[in-house]
Design a protein around this ligand. Structure first.
Ligand code: PEP
Ligand code: MG
Length: 898
């Protein structure tokens, strides 16, 4: 089998179809080379080798690929007309990771590999640029030291050990910028860096380029199992056995003087989706300078540059002189780049995110990939590409990441509240949305408050977890393509970057803007769409779901055959879900209706009553409240199906556990405090999730089932009188035997007949059941003989199939995920292998005795895209999920059907 794939000079061994083997980056490089894009030549070591490395170790892998790697290096040498490790005509290379999906900043990269004390002299000689050669060398030691040799800060208060050495030298020399270092300074730095490596690792910095190469390749393989990558993988549900490829490529330099440069560009706006070529570049710089946000990058296009200057409040004269666009500064290069971006977007038929370098007037395209984008941009781009005829309707629907729609469904700042708010500073609108929260300065403290805003000078991949927890991210440095900006957009998280006016002091934990001091814990609000930084807490409003969003959703519905219902417990939720396109209610958890203050009292009286008579009296109080809710819900759904579930949770959830409340209750019920206390302890259970809950309640206290049935049917009758026909679906929870179902069904039907007789009118209704105990799934054929419908409660079914307590899984699941014992959280993503079997078997067996049995799902999985796909494959009639996930499920249902 082939383990090393070459590319360059308009030919390649691989192509874009080999993403799993070559990684996204490697497949793209091969493809680009094939279609005539000038990529620096190189080769890709496959993802399979990463897996082999994990199994067999370094020695075995080197043996396997040594010959191929040597041949591939020779190929690069020929194309670049230079030699690896040669002092007089050196070839330098980069080594990068590349998994099958893009994981920005997650994995490590080494640039300038091949330099040593001899080669640096040759490079200086060849380029006639001694400064550049030594600068590259010190950058190489710095990167290689960090990535391969583990030279990282020792604690979060420390800075990078190499940066520390540089800071010292700057102080000593009384200079501020890296560019002010003299050649001698750079030489001193190289010496000091190597010394630091020797001191900390006990080994000399490797001088043989081949040793350097193998070290870097193994470091990339190792980084696949590094903390950052593992966290990112778990967050996205990517399995560990994908592995990463390694891309080795000839270096080209953007820091060879003023006719060199480097940049990042997008074929469309990644924030808004607007069809406008845009991006940023720096003259005389290397790629990491743009991403690290140390210098302020300039815009690629003239129009982009003008827009940027307006936001940054820079006058046109100053802009044109100090920050000219690439279009103005290097028109020929710009035209060439413009041509390639067009070619690449048409070739890949999606918005591209490209990196390029200009080396002494020659343009090289380093990489292109489908660009990360916000939810809003994703929808607009899909719609635009469709209208432009570049993609089909199916492709437009498929191009939307269902989970990303979430961003569009959440609130934005209330324009009225915004008017009276005080904007204290402005940064770049790096990732849209609105965020309000309390200031934290360290990523690992993001969970200190319920809502936090992470405020950093700049972010690094180590901050990922905290960025995910924070409501918004604010950085003082960095452009639109800085780490913070790219990662935040990927997460759909509000981010304002590059707010230069902020003075952040990590030690004092303060943020100073214009002389005003903010502290950790102070409220701050960010508008990621404008870049505004606002003092205090700002109210938010619901988003607008018309326009392109509505059109894409309409398109999705055209393809899907499975319905999407919602889980809603109140008329308000039902209305929200309707506006999101829910086609009915799949689950009303009636117990949630009792949590309000005035209701919980009546509920408690019911629970504490010792006699049936006492219980019935308390239930009488509850009846009108429930009926009123059901009426509201039925009305909101306007004749669409509504499934109402009878009381499910363990009763002790409702009893008062605090002394004061117990006293109140005792007084109100005219019983002693002791009586209340003893009842509370009587209801205490060792394992409430498997205890006295579900239909077990209705069976022991049939009067509860009677009251609930009455409330549901009276509500339906009341609506019928007002001209709204509803067919309530009454659902019995947590059954495991047919007899349990029969018991409750009898109570329901008897009560129904009573109600119909009293009212002299009837409504149609169904009696069905949850399938959430494995035994119920196994006996589905018998149950379906009685039940009108099934709804899979995959929360409980997962709990009981795995034997993981829903309430306690949080203690060990993170460890399971970290160690790879589970690939994903089964409470989030339906476990097809195990739980899924029960779902399929339950559906099949159910339909074997009742051919047209209506089957749905109402566990959390009903709103999770891959689970929705599974439900579609299982042949369910509908999925049901929380209101805000309805559009996501609609889209996932359409994608499953395409
Ligand atoms: C379930 O178990 O999946 C379900 C929907 O019910 P609950 O979460 O209320 O137990
Ligand atoms: Mg359940």
């Amino acid at each position: 089998k082939t383990r090393v794939y070459k590319f360059g000079n308009k030919v390649a061994d691989g192509d874009s179809t080999m993403r799993n083997l070559l990684g996204g980056k490697g497949a793209n490089l091969a493809e680009m080379s094939k279609i005539g894009i000038p990529v620096p030549p190189g080769f890709t070591i496959t993802t399979e080798v990463c897996t082999e490395y994990n199994e067999l170790g370094r020695e075995a892998v080197v043996q396997m690929i040594k010959g191929d790697v040597e041949a591939a290096i020779e190929n690069i040498e020929q194309i670049m007309n230079a030699k690896f490790g040669d002092k007089d005509n050196p070839l330098l290379i980069s080594v990068r990771s590349g998994a099958r999906v893009s994981m920005p900043g997650m994995m490590d990269t080494v640039l300038n590999l091949g330099l040593n004390d001899d080669v640096v002299l040759g490079l200086a000689e060849k380029t006639k640029n001694e400064r550049f050669a030594w600068d590259s060398y010190r950058r190489f030691i710095q990167m290689y030291g960090g990535v391969v040799l583990g030279m990282k800060p020792e604690s979060k208060e420390d800075i990078d050990p190499f940066e520390e050495i540089m800071e010292h030298l700057k102080e000593k020399r009384d200079i501020e910028l890296d560019t002010e270092f003299s050649i001698q300074d750079l030489k001193d730095l190289v010496y000091d860096f190597k010394d630091a490596v020797k001191k900390r690792t006990g080994h000399d910095f490797p001088t043989d380029p081949w040793d350097q190469l193998w070290g870097a390749v193994m470091a990339v393989f190792n980084s696949w199992n590094g903390d950052r990558a593992v966290y990112y993988r778990n967050m996205n549900g990517y399995p560990a056995d994908w592995g990463t490829a390694v891309n080795v490529q000839a270096m080209v330099y953007g820091n060879m003087g003023d006719n060199s440069g480097t940049g990042v560009c997008f074929t469309r706006d990644a924030g808004t989706g607007e069809n406008m070529f845009n991006g940023e570049y720096l003259i005389n710089a290397q790629g990491e300078d743009v991403v690290a946000g140390v210098r302020t990058p300039q815009q690629i296009t003239k129009i982009g540059s003008k827009r940027w200057a307006e936001l940054a409040k820079i006058e046109e004269d100053e802009r044109a002189e100090k920050y000219p666009s690439l279009e103005e500064l290097m028109p020929a290069i710009f035209n060439e780049l413009n041509e390639y971006q067009d070619k690449l977007e048409k070739h890949y038929r999606d918005m591209q995110d490209m990196e390029f370098t200009i080396q002494e007037g020659k343009l090289w395209i380093l990489q292109t990939r489908n660009g990360k984008r916000t939810g809003a941009a994703m929808v607009k781009i899909a719609k635009d590409l469709l209208d432009e005829g570049l993609i089909s309707e199916e492709e437009a629907v498929m191009s939307i990441e269902p989970n990303k729609l979430d961003e569009l469904l959440h609130p934005v700042f209330d324009p009225k509240a915004l008017k009276s708010s005080n904007v204290i500073a402005q940064g770049l609108p790096a990732s849209p949305g609105a965020a309000t929260g309390k200031i934290v300065f360290f990523a690992d403290e993001a969970d200190k408050y319920k809502s936090s805003i992470l405020v950093r000078i700049e972010t690094s991949p180590e901050d990922l977890e905290g960025m995910n927890i924070a409501k918004g991210i604010l950085t003082a440095r960095g452009g639109m393509t800085s780490h913070a900006a790219v990662v935040a957009r990927g997460m759909g998280k509000c981010c304002v970057s590059g707010a230069g006016a902020l003075k952040i002091d990590y030690k004092k934990r303060t943020l100073v803007v214009d002389g005003k001091e903010f502290h950790e814990g102070d409220w701050l609000s960010l508008n990621g769409s404008t870049g505004n930084i606002i003092e205090g807490k700002v109210a938010t409003v619901e988003p607008d779901l018309s326009g392109e969003f509505a059109e894409i959703m309409k398109l999705a519905d055209k393809f899907s055959s499975m319905q999407v219902r919602t889980n809603a417990d109140s008329p308000k939720d039902a209305k929200v879900a309707r506006s999101f396109g829910a086609q009915g209610i799949g689950l009303t958890r009636t117990e949630h209706m009792f949590f309000e203050v005035d209701r919980i009292k009546a509920m408690r009286e019911m629970i504490l009553a010792d006699t049936v008579k006492g219980r019935k009296e308390a239930l009488k109080e509850l009846l009108p409240m429930q009926r009123e809710d059901f009426e509201g819900i039925f009305e909101a759904m306007q004749g669409l199906p509504v499934t109402v579930r009878l009381l499910d949770p363990p009763l002790h959830e409702f009893v008062p556990h605090q002394l004061a409340t117990q006293k109140d209750l005792a007084e109100e019920m005219h019983i002693t405090l002791e009586a209340v206390k003893s009842k509370v302890s009587e209801l205490e259970e060792f394992n409430p999730m498997l205890g006295h809950r579900g239909c077990r309640l209705g069976i022991t206290y049939p009067e509860i089932t009677e009251m609930q049935t009455r409330a549901i049917l009276e509500a339906a009758l009341n609506l019928k009188e007002r001209g709204i026909e509803t067919i309530p679906e009454i659902m019995i929870p947590l059954i495991g035997t047919v007899a349990e179902f029969e018991n409750q069904e009898a109570v329901i039907r008897a009560t129904a007949n009573e109600v119909f007789e009293e009212r002299g009118a009837t409504v149609k209704y169904l009696v069905g059941t949850m399938i959430e105990i494995p035994r119920a799934a196994l006996l589905a054929d018998k149950i379906a003989e009685k039940a009108d419908f099934f709804s899979f409660g995959t929360n409980d079914l997962t709990q009981m199939t795995f034997g993981y307590s829903r309430d306690d899984a949080g203690k060990f699941l993170p460890i399971y995920l970290k160690r790879g014992i589970l690939k994903v959280d089964p409470f989030e993503v339906l476990d097809r292998d195990g739980v899924g079997q029960l779902v399929q078997l339950g559906t099949q067996r159910g339909r074997s005795t009742k051919e047209n049995l209506k089957v749905g799902i109402c566990g959390e999985h009903g709103g999770e895209p891959s689970s929705v796909e599974f439900c579609y494959e299982t042949g369910m009639n509908y999925v049901s999920c929380s209101p805000y996930r309805v559009p996501i499920a609609r889209l996932a249902a359409a994608q499953a059907a395409i």
